[in-house]
Design a binder for this molecule. Sequence first.
Ligand code: ADP
Length: 509
Amino acid sequence: MIKRVLVANRGEIALRIIRACHEEGLEAVAVYSEADRLAPHVRAAETAVLVGPPPAAESYLDISKLIAAAKATGCQAIHPGYGFLSERAAFAQAVGGAGLVFVGPPASAIKTMGDKTEARRRMKAAGVPIVPGITTPLRDAAEAQREAARLGYPVLLKAIAGGGGKGMRLVEAAGEIESGFQAAQSEAQKAFGDGRLYVEKYAVRPRHVEIQVLADTHGRVVALGERECSIQRRHQKLVEEAPSTAVTPALRRRMGEVATAAAGAVGYVGAGTIEFLLAPTGEFHFLEMNTRIQVEHPVTELVYGVDLVREQLRIAAGEPMRVRGGGGGGTLEPRGHAIECRITAEDPWNDFLPATGVVQYLRVPGGPGVRWDGGVEAGNEVTLFYDPLLAKLIVWGETREAAIRRMRQALRELVIVGLPTSQAFHLRVMDDADFRRGALDITYLERVGPRLLGAEAAPPPAVMRAVAVTAALLADDRRSAGRVRPVEDGRAGVLSPWEQMARREGLRE
Ligand code: ADP
């Protein structure tokens, strides 16, 4: 019987899971590092346990500390969220070994899918079409050379332990294999402690389309349609939507059947995602499976009317999933359209350089069909210890067009002062002609980025400019604290940043 769940994560996903626990009638225990004392997820839980200093390796990634915290607070289960330990088979195993329930798939499924060549072998055996390429680790650059020649250039060298787009090298000609191999190997070694590589054919302008699956311990596996995730930067997703403009009901059924077969082949339980590359011809190939809840899960929730995190909790408790329908291949049909923008602390006008600073002011958008999955509030400091995701802004509309309009409105309402964010970039995407036509593939940002962010692009809308200026001035303000301004009513004080903004913009003398 699960009554209390330790949430082994931080930021927006920790808060999201804590809310789901409460809705399921469960208590939640948060964990936090010294850098997150003021984080909202800490207060949202019934109990919070300090697990260590800011570096993740000494806090959110420390398996023994997390299990000790769960034991000390009387938890029966641990939810890993995404990132951190969520895809470490050793963690799932340790949680089980401590007599606790891991909210996720069996450790064996994590292990199989975490090794990309093993996953490719298993998927191939299960009849799942995989991206053309090898299914065993490369021994050296010479073997890479031979395999690449067989596949035909361009090819992609990929880390077997890969994730987050790391350890990946595009090689366009034979002369670049040697250096590409060395670079990918050392990057993979650094990122994963495993430098092994494999090679696959580089697909020309495919879309990244993934299928959400849900499997319970009562033998049901369903596919909750697709998410379109082609808007990426350095293989990292920025904007996601459901459904995809490229997926017809027939294709959705086919992809759903393949995805449920893939999950079945590894004895999957819980929420998982099968990622595919979808060619313009409608052909699709297995890329990888993510054995956890994903960042972009809300777009699926909005078009299917499900709560995936609550389903995860029910499934972990051994209950049947609540999702209905999905006869035949187990594929359900979406209703309306949902879009997610990842609001990150990155400066789009400075090559998406991660930004740090204190969130001085935050105004969250609202209204019908607008969802804010946030992890920070005013007063919180954003550091470089963790990933730059501040929040996800998700909207639902009857149609794609309505969803885009709603996202534009919500992005205009959003105000974040104190540090640069990706907000204005997202507004540009919403206004972009290719995006509006749904003409997407994984090279979208490479092609359209300069148009969106370049000097020839129109200046950001006034509200964005004001926010940027205010942010800069707040920084000035701290440096020049004590500067006195004369005011009509006779009071004197530090020049307010808003006042300064107005002056600099020429709105006041
Ligand atoms: P990771 O596990 O590091 O995220 P993935 O295999 O999921 O790596 O790939 C991440 C992204 O890289 C994909 O969404 C896609 O944009 C690109 N990519 C991966 N493999 C290929 C390929 N064979 N051809 C073209 N693009 C690819």
